[in-house]
Design a protein around this ligand. Structure first.
Ligand code: XIL
Length: 554
């Protein structure tokens, strides 16, 4: 009996679908969507979404749901949409985008609270006192609307406050209120949601120039005055005819050194129409360069593209004769720019498709109330890229908790809960990002200890390393107690000869080889089970492969 061709197709499709779910997504998995590769690099990949096609077009929705891990409302959270007349708030469009993001496990960046465009006339004609109150009320209502919604994680508090010469823009905000409106806006946002990450956003700031330096100086001075600026957004509306800003990465890095997160917020790369293959190829290199710059800077959280399909882009309406700025064409077909973003996130062209062998079952020793040592037999890697290290996980059902990483065949676990059974396993990683199968499980139970209802844990992960340095990000701090805490202190040990060269999201002091990291004003409050993260960078002697260890949290 012959198999009817359509049922054969169905069987093959089913095999394909199962393979998609069962195979671990690795950089070598060429068919994986952008968000899978971005996640494996610790970054988000996002796009601005418009409410119209989101409710009307299946292709638009499907691509947005599949490819993106982050979403920004292109217009729906702006003042003219959320408070068109004074005190009358409307969140219908904004909620539609946030709900879509929640359904698809995406994070939302709120855009934007205070801007000189798309702000209703009633705001612009207020007296100084009334305008300041209206601004604070707007921020309080809009940020407050999402303060308890875990999907909305960050906000552009002020947008485009500088002109291209690096002077404060003489907008109605500045003309009526003076420079203080900026600090007031950040303070109001922090008050409305203490957990949200608060950003300043602007364009033509990708390279090191007068405007980006003005933002740099403002952010530095605001933070010295304890004004809560956590993040800087680089819009990145680029055009192939103007050249690529070659110091983009260097610029991101200097902001990172201020202790802020950086992010690419509105990336597009326009061209003079009509499109052709040469322009597409140039555009693809711009996209690749931007993604690589973000990947190279630890403090860069991710890349948001300003839309994804050329069918819906602000470019043709804004820059006459220009367009085709995005990664899908008008018919939702992927362009060379899509491939460039994909391959950059996947770590360039993969030449090693072979994962390492499975490591041996870990053996637990030195089991105490909050610590234990695991040791296992090494994996080997024959694919060419070489063994890069091991990831250690706690088996927990759907999403296993990563307990740590090691470049040797053992790890010291700290910050464990007392009198608790742990089932743990190890997997190996090679230089191309291929992952081995998981080892068999080892089970151990920590001994009874003090602790009581309080306590916190800290787990540090080496995000990247090179000959004479490495970045530990995130250090995940979790309140494991049964009551809320208002501050935390993490300590860990620097191997001999290692020195701290930077840190973010924690106040860090070093004494001998012991590093003490305390919470900042904005990330000390943790409810039971809640967590936050910080990170740091270390210099070490060339050739040394050790990393920091012995994390404790109190
Ligand atoms: C643009 C939108 O894409 C358009 O739909 C709208 O008509 C105007 O605003 N910088 C920003 C964005 O911060 O909010 C702008 O978005 C593009 C420039």
């Amino acid at each position: 009996m012959s198999v009817h061709s359509s049922s054969l197709v169905r069987v093959l499709t089913l095999v394909g679908v199962l393979a998609t779910f069962l195979l671990p997504a690795t950089p070598a998995d060429a068919s994986a969507p952008l968000r899978t590769h971005a996640a494996s690099r610790g970054k988000f990949i996002g796009a601005a979404l418009a409410t119209g096609p989101l409710s009307n077009e299946t292709s638009y929705r499907n691509i947005a749901a599949t490819e993106l891990s982050q979403v920004t409302a292109e217009n729906a959270m702006k003042w003219d949409a959320t408070e068109p007349s004074q005190g009358q708030f409307n969140f219908s469009g904004a909620d539609a985008i946030v709900n879509f993001a929640t359904q698809n496990s995406q994070q939302v960046h709120g855009h934007t609270l205070v801007w000189h465009n798309q702000t209703p006339g009633w705001v612009q004609s207020l007296s100084a006192t009334a305008m300041r109150t209206a601004m604070q009320n707007h921020i309080s209502q809009v940020v407050g609307h999402y303060a308890s919604n875990a999907t909305v994680v960050s906000w552009d508090v002020v947008n485009e406050v500088f002109d291209d010469s690096g002077n404060l823009r003489t907008s109605f905000w500045y003309n009526t209120l003076g420079e203080s409106y900026i600090a007031d806006a950040f303070r109001a946002a922090r008050a409305a949601d203490p957990d949200a990450r608060l950003c300043i956003n602007d364009y033509n700031t990708e390279g090191i120039n007068a405007k980006s330096t003005a933002i740099y100086n403002l952010v530095s001075s605001l933070r010295q005055q304890n004004v809560p600026v956590d993040c800087v957004g680089f819009q990145s509306h680029l055009a192939i005819q103007y050249g690529f800003p070659s110091d983009f990465q260097q610029n991101l890095q200097r902001f990172a050194a201020l202790g802020v997160q950086v992010r690419i917020t509105e990336l597009d790369v326009r061209m003079q129409l009509p499109r052709d293959a040469t322009k597409d190829a140039t555009q693809a290199t711009y996209y690749r360069n931007v993604v690589n710059a973000c990947l190279a800077v630890t403090a860069c959280a991710g890349v948001t593209i300003w839309g994804f399909t050329d069918k819906y882009s602000w470019v043709p309406d804004t820059f006459s004769g220009q367009g085709a700025a995005l990664i899908y064409d008008e018919n939702y077909q992927q362009k060379p720019s899509y491939t460039a973003v994909h391959d950059a996130l996947a770590g360039g062209t993969t030449t090693d498709p072979t994962p390492p062998t499975t490591p041996g079952t870990p053996a637990a020793s030195n089991v105490a109330s909050s610590s234990a040592t695991l040791t296992w037999t090494a994996s080997t890697d024959s694919g060419g890229s070489g063994l890069a290290g091991y990831d250690v996980f706690r088996e927990q059902g759907a999403t296993d908790q990563q307990l740590g990483q090691s470049t040797t065949t053992s790890i010291s676990l700290t910050g464990l809960s007392a009198s608790t059974q742990y089932q743990v396993y190890v997997r190996a990683r090679d230089g191309a990002g291929n992952l081995s199968a998981n080892s068999a499980l080892a089970t151990f139970t920590t001994t009874a200890g003090g602790g009581g209802g309080g306590g916190c844990t800290a787990v540090g992960t080496v995000q990247s390393q090179w000959g004479n340095g490495y970045v530990v990000q995130p250090v995940a701090v979790t309140n494991t107690g049964t009551s809320a805490i208002t501050g935390w202190t993490v300590t860990f040990t620097l191997p001999a000869g290692h020195t701290l060269s930077g840190s973010w999201n924690a106040a860090v002091t070093v004494s001998g080889q012991t590093v003490t990291a305390k919470n900042m004003g904005y990330n000390g409050n943790l409810a039971p089970n809640a967590g936050t993260t910080f990170g740091f960078q270390v210099s070490r002697p060339n050739g040394n492969t050790q990393t920091t260890s012995g994390y404790t949290c109190a």
